[in-house]
Ligand binder design. Structure first.
Ligand code: GLA
Length: 386
């Protein structure tokens, strides 16, 4: 992290011939368990990874924003009172979205010279977009003395993505990027925003989390994600006729009572959300008991539910599940994030990690899949600004 901080600083000097006033950094995440539950106001258990996006900036005297994106080797500029969605440079929409949401809330801003630099793999389901939103917002908060609370930063970042970028995401990714802590997972009730840090000391237990990037790219804004959100909303509407206010209050019996009113698709969407909420609660309990084998079982169950009930998996992510299930040193595996491609995670014994990765590489080749990329991640800190 220190190195990329130094590189960012140097790069900024090269580009603009002056020092940045602010260096803002925000991490990507894995979600241990609790998928597609956040926008259904349920439970999630994500953790930050040790990979970040940094936004370095210095104020200008006019209202022009110039940004260089190191990972794309591209620049873009815009004016803060004329914010249009770009169809060619998608990355800039996350920056514009933050200006847009702040302007809309009545905050007074100015122009910037800025640099985006980072090491979160892009479009891999590891939340590089939320990290970018949070790092930009934290930087503007400091530069323009906005006095935004952490919770407000989460809400505004989510709003930028919902209303400017056009993805109806929940707030898990922004929340963990802001509130995450080293070597802990974060239990969050997305309905009440009650949260609790739960220790996740993998090292002590001889375990690794392996991220398997399938390299199947599906844009999050692709209609399928928003469609799931509409479907689960429709399912909840039916459940509400039985007196519950949200999915958290619904149990399996109530779901069965409503099965005939729902039709197969809405029934399975609701079953995923209800059982996934239960799995998150169970995961928190077993993590506190340091029972990683039970945690692993919950990960496998979650994958099946996402594959069969919520239908957000793909053959490459199903391979991770299948190999994980048979491999002795793998305690659990599942897709992480939105799905439809992107990444999965596996909880693997340290001593078995290389063999596990080699096995998956070989199986991917046999299936003629695009070669996946692997990262052994550690659980890193949440966002900071200097
Ligand atoms: C994406 C979204 C999150 C969440 C996950 C699925 O990462 O940004 O809000 O809905 O998908 O759990």
């Amino acid at each position: 992290m220190k190195n990329s901080f130094l590189n960012g600083h140097k790069r900024f000097l090269d580009l603009y011939n002056k020092k940045p006033e602010v260096v803002s950094s925000a991490p990507g995440r894995i979600n241990i368990i609790g998928e597609h539950t956040d926008y259904n106001l349920g439970f999630v258990l994500p953790a930050c990874i040790d990979r970040n996006i940094q936004f370095l900036a210095k104020r200008r005297k006019d209202d022009r924003v110039s940004v260089w994106a190191e990972n794309f080797q591209e620049s873009e500029h815009f004016f803060i009172h004329d914010l249009q969605v770009s169809s060619t440079k998608k990355w800039v929409n996350y920056v514009k979205g933050i200006f847009w949401v702040l302007e809309k809330e009545g905050y007074s801003l100015g122009g910037l010279d800025a640099l985006i630099i980072g090491d979160i793999p892009l479009e891999s389901g590891l939340s590089s977009s939320a990290a970018l939103e949070v790092s930009v917002l934290n930087a503007l908060n400091k530069l323009f003395h906005l006095s935004l609370s952490k919770e407000k930063i989460v809400r505004l970042s989510q709003k930028a993505e919902n209303d400017f970028v056009g993805v109806n995401c929940g707030l898990m990714d922004q929340f963990i990027s802001v509130f995450g802590r080293k070597n802990t997972a974060l239990f969050l009730d997305c309905g009440t925003l009650f949260y609790e840090h739960v220790p996740l000391s993998l090292e002590e237990h001889g375990l690794n989390i392996v991220v398997y990037d399938s390299r199947v790219r599906r844009e999050l804004s692709a209609s399928e994600y928003n469609k799931r959100s509409l479907e689960s909303g429709a399912a909840l509407k039916i459940l509400k006729t039985s007196g519950v206010k949200n999915f958290k209050e619904a149990d399996n019996d109530l779901l069965e009572d409503n099965k005939d009113k729902m039709g197969d698709i809405l029934y399975r969407r609701a079953r995923h959300v209800i059982t996934e909420n239960q799995r998150v609660n169970n995961a928190v309990r077993v993590l506190k008991e340091r029972d990683f084998h039970k945690l692993g079982e919950l990960l496998f169950e979650s994958h099946l539910s996402l594959r069969d009930d919520y239908e957000v998996s793909c053959p490459e992510l199903d391979l991770l599940y299948a190999v994980g299930k048979k491999f002795g040193g793998c305690l659990g595996a599942r897709l992480t994030g939105a799905g439809f491609g992107g990444s999965g995670i596996a909880l693997v014994e340290k001593t078995q990690t290389d063999d596990f990765i080699n096995k998956l590489k070989k199986e991917s080749e046999d299936h003629k899949f695009t070669a996946p990329v692997f990262y052994v991640v550690t659980i890193g800190e949440g966002a900071y600004v200097k």
